[in-house]
Design a protein around this ligand. Structure first.
Ligand SMILES: [Zn+2]
Length: 237
């Protein structure tokens, strides 16, 4: 498998190139393009958060901890005294950074469920939700963030798969096929749960009427993303 440095470098370069392209074609403002670049780079680290010793795991939980701390502080800042807000934010950070990380490391297996395309869809969908509901970005920006997270994470899987081919001896290592997979078929229950989480996130995400014409897709009406999302909303409502 590719190491942390390679993953970060490749994700940074590819998402950098794509966000510049989005900027050049008028799909993104400079601020959007910068956020997309960060989202794609972060996406490139996500599949390895199931490796208990990985730097990716610690980075992601530090960011998540900071996000929780900031959200708690913003929510309580007008109602509580400053020292209580700070204590609350600190406690939130520590809880995520240590307790949640410990729990997460205990229940995940490296190259299991979270190292798959289905997990990437979930990462992207969570990106859309956070961008839209927490950071109050508009619909287009939120889907852009989600798209870049998905893209970064998928580049990660591809890179791991490329690394499993030993180019010098043209041998294929045993890890071939374990990196780029739709889901972990050994765990049907968990896969179903993850699929449900994806559907739930899609249901909660804002509609993206701009997406299909932008992508130049000429799909029949029943197959468009918005029709599918509408249908899911009706089924789940
Ligand atoms: Zn990996």
């Amino acid at each position: 498998m590719a190491d942390f440095k390679t993953h970060t470098l490749v994700a940074t370069v590819i998402s950098g190139g794509l966000s510049v392209a989005a900027l050049a074609t008028g799909l993104a403002t400079p601020a959007d393009a910068f956020c997309y670049w960060l989202a794609g780079t972060l996406g490139g680290l996500l599949p390895d958060i199931d490796s208990d010793e990985s730097l990716a795991l610690r980075i992601v939980f530090r960011l998540f901890g900071a996000l929780v701390a900031a959200s708690l502080a913003i929510y309580w800042v007008t109602t509580l005294p400053v020292w209580q807000v700070m204590a609350l934010a600190g406690a939130g950070y520590l809880l995520v950074r240590f307790v949640l990380l410990w729990l997460f490391a205990k229940i995940t297996v490296h190259r299991g469920m979270l190292h798959s395309l289905l997990a990437n869809v979930l990462f992207g969908a969570i990106g859309v939700l956070l961008a839209y509901h927490l950071f109050a970005l508009d619909v287009r920006q939120a889907w852009g963030i989600g798209g870049f997270v998905f893209m970064g994470a998928t580049v990660h899987l591809l890179l791991d798969e490329i690394y499993s081919v030993d180019l010098s001896g043209m041998r294929i290592k045993r890890s071939f096929g374990s990196a780029l997979k739709i889901t972990d078929w050994q765990q049907p229950g968990l896969s179903a749960l993850m699929l449900m989480l994806c559907v739930g996130c899609l249901w909660l995400s804002p509609q993206a009427p701009f997406l299909e014409p932008r992508l130049g897709l000429d799909l029949p009406q029943w197959l468009t993303l918005n029709t599918v999302v509408d249908w899911l909303r009706q089924v789940l409502a």
